[in-house]
Design a protein around this ligand. Sequence first.
Ligand code: SPD
Length: 425
Amino acid sequence: MASLGRHIIVEYYNCSPELLNDVVHIEKSMENAAEEAGATIINSTFHHFSPYGVSGVVVIQESHLAIHTWPEYGYASVDLFTCGDTVNPWVSYQMLKEAFEADHGSAVELSRGEMALLKRKNFNVKSMRDEKSSEDGSPIRTRDVWFTERDDKIALSLKHDGKLYDVQSDFQKVAVYKTQAYGNMLTLDGMVMTTEVDEYVYHEMITHVPLLTHPNPKRVLIIGGGDGGTAREVLKHEGLEEVVMVEIDDKVIEASKIHLPSISQSLDHPKLNLIVDDGIRYVNDAADNSFDLVIVDSTDPVGPAEGLFSVDFYKEVYRILTDDGIMITQSESPRFNSKVFKEIYQTYRGIFGQDQVHCYLAYIPTYPTGMWSFSYSSKGAAHPMRQKPKEELDAFVKSAKLKYYNAEMHQASFALPTFVREMIG
Ligand code: SPD
């Protein structure tokens, strides 16, 4: 052995962009490549970055295999570092080239730790042993795979055990991950939409705040909301006469019905008129004064939801509201999406009037920064702080088995931190 280790620096060009953005495929391929080369895996950690890119490392008893991918260029850079004579890193090189469907690969091999330049030192080996070994003495193997949603300065990561659903629909990439802390999680184009564990915060707050302040709600329109959580909560109000939901993407409905049953449970409710179509078109075609409440349960303002954040759309929503009507929208995170957040409130106030638009907050751990906002815009006299009588609210909270919303939370959610107040004036 002329050196301690072999380090192969690898470039793969013209790979499949889809494969280079698939954290589960990359993790499996790297682990197979390590094992086939004769290595013993100790640990692996992989992150997917939103919207694209994967980084990861497989730590092997004989050193490590590392990768970073740029799906947008079909390019992956890989380091294969092995020590000793038992592992052949070139086996990994070839396997990964095939796994990523690379047109072309190049590699440079370096010798690391030239024996001729090294001098052995004496030290007490026993005291340096890793105590965390399994009973037979071999290292314990662990695994870390992460989903990450980020912008250029902030990231939110959730550890998961793989993807349960992964479909490119006509509108967006629809995926469901099995997260370790938050149950199954729906993402659209790499952005977290909802998780089984904390979804109730969002869905209770987007629905019960308006439904328990409107004097007599009868007709409700939900735009978006394909996972079904908003519809589930709306339908808990038995006095409603009509609930229409317009979701543009049937794949969101499909993914939710299969993998998020506790959220999507009411999508087949007899009172729900579920329409798969463009919400903007539906609103444009709807009659004047036809809904008491319009809830815009949109994704973030990129991709198919972009039009749901436009002045023209909100003017149309205003038109189709009854005289006492309320519009509720999710209005992003004041911290993470500051620019959009400010614009949203300016736009609504231009349409509904300066004093007719209110902001309220809820704490949703799986949305970036955890602080999430909703807007309450009232066409007439309905006011968010004028709730139904307390006894009525308490009884509803109990019978509907709510976990976040209650009479006090309702009031408290409109108390804004000073920096948020200042943002929206
Ligand atoms: N960045 C998160 C935005 C969430 C928007 N809607 C979530 C859908 C839940 N029904």
